[in-house]
Design a protein around this ligand. Structure first.
Ligand SMILES: [Zn+2]
Length: 459
């Protein structure tokens, strides 16, 4: 297969050129590649950008969050939406019950993930620490290609860890050369504020952000940096939402600490005022960390430009209106949809508004996440030998985001009514047409589990 006449864009260059694909891999890339007798298909990418298939390293498909309650996209519907938006690889999470052996939780999660249309990897969450955890973590790295572990500093009643439990996780990860991804919010302060508001009868979703103020993120980020520096482990801070957290991360990077960080489109583009909607509508915006007051978004864009942040992922974790409707804000399941909209939003509101360059757009959506999580150059790259995961992007498209038309299995979209420019015209995944003429062509289960190598891209 030959893709010709497109503008090829990577994290470091842009040029008019052609890509030859053979055996599911990129065989050759250059300014002009002649077709030969063995070229079976020629794709004209004239007028389009040619990007590496995007990588979303933070998604939660079919995540159980309570009795009978699960995020509304399963691996099939969620990965179909991801593909329609230009993402060809996702990394989801294994979330063991406390005390559950990691291999057992992993086997269950792999069974669920087999439905994925996207290629996929898994992070292993550590939700408790016992005498088996270190050896089970070693097994993850050495046998399963799981080179990143997720820990939560909030949600201490269910999956969150105390500092004394975070330390052995970080120490073990350091010895294994693995990365620790951390949700940074002070869980004790949040719990105190939630209980205080509820005891005062303040139960509506507008108290959700007030129970998780910016300071609880900054404090937890600094603590995670302090703990990981002591343990000598590499840190990845998920969904950074505040200017204060950025200041801590920037200082640590300047001091040479191995820390990388991500934000999400909703923190870049939405603000706290969404919670002032009527309760039933405001509930759709309940995510953690919450949306922030005006000003933080601009700081996050600046941090993406300055390489304080390296990744824009989605934290895709949708809930339908009915699932999100609860009279007590602290019981509304946390999470929003976004996996399908990430590229269009970052392209429209980032690239086209001169907040990030086209090369940086490719870097934060594809190549940097692939490098950080040990997928590069198999994924996130346009190079000979890389998987032929190729996104042909039509910059002329104009549309509007709506829950009516998105593929997320969710009846709300927090970006409802947002005009967007640009969308995938054609996507190739491991050499096969994955998306064409507004339709996802891959079938349920077409994705492959991708074991990952050593994490990278440290400062
Ligand atoms: Zn998450």
């Amino acid at each position: 297969m030959l893709i010709e006449k497109g503008t090829i864009v990577t994290e470091s260059t842009s040029f008019q050129g052609d890509i030859l694909i053979s055996g599911g891999k990129i065989k050759e890339i250059g300014e002009k590649i002649e077709k030969t007798s063995s070229t079976t298909k020629v794709i004209d990418a004239g007028g389009c950008f040619v990007f590496p298939g995007a990588v979303d390293v933070h998604v939660h498909m079919e995540l159980p969050v309570g009795p009978g309650l699960c995020s509304s996209d399963d691996f099939e519907s969620g990965s179909r939406a991801a593909l329609a938006g230009g993402t060809t690889t996702i990394i989801d999470f294994v979330t063991p019950l406390r005390g559950q052996p990691l291999p057992e939780a992993l086997a269950q999660r792999k069974e669920q993930a087999r439905k994925s249309l996207c290629d996929y990897g898994l992070h292993m969450s550590i939700t408790s620490w016992n005498k088996h955890t270190a050896s089970e973590m070693k097994n993850c790295v050495e046998k399963e290609g799981i080179t990143s572990f997720k820990v939560y500093m909030a949600y201490k009643d269910t999956i969150g860890l105390e500092d004394r439990e975070l330390i052995p996780v970080m120490d073990t990860a350091a010895k294994l050369g693995a990365l620790v991804a951390v949700h940074c919010e002070n869980g004790d302060v949040i719990k105190y504020l939630q209980e205080k508001f509820l005891s005062q009868g303040k139960t509506s979703p507008r108290f959700h952000p007030l129970s998780r103020p910016a300071a609880v993120e900054r404090e937890a980020v600094l603590r995670a940096l302090t703990l990981s520096a002591a343990a000598g482990c590499a840190l990845y801070i998920v969904h950074v939402s505040t200017e204060g957290a950025l200041a801590e991360i920037a200082a640590a990077r300047l001091a040479g600490q191995k820390v990388l960080a991500e934000t999400c489109p909703h923190y870049l583009l939405l603000e706290k005022k969404e919670y002032l909607r009527p309760d039933s509508a405001a509930a759709a915006y309940v995510m953690s960390p919450p949306l922030r007051p005006k000003g933080h978004g601009a700081a996050l864009w600046q941090a993406l430009r300055d390489d304080v942040l390296q990744v824009a992922a989605t934290d895709h974790c949708p809930f339908n209106r009915k699932q999100a409707s609860h009279p007590d804000f602290s019981k509304i399941p946390n999470g929003v949809a976004g996996v399908e909209n990430r590229l269009a939003l970052l392209y429209t509101y980032g690239v086209l508004q001169d907040k990030i360059s086209l090369n940086r757009f490719v870097e934060i959506t594809a190549s940097a996440p692939a490098k950080i999580f040990g997928l590069y150059p198999r994924k996130g790259a346009l190079q000979p030998g890389s998987d032929a995961d190729i996104l042909i992007w039509d910059p002329a498209y104009e549309g509007v985001i709506s829950a009516e038309t998105h593929l997320h299995n969710c009846d709300t979209n927090i970006f409802e009514g947002f005009p967007i420019k640009g969308k995938p015209r054609l996507i190739i995944r491991r050499g096969k047409i994955a998306y064409e003429k507004d339709s996802v062509m891959l079938k349920k289960g077409a994705g492959l589990y991708i074991p990952r190598g050593a994490p990278g891209l440290y400062p």
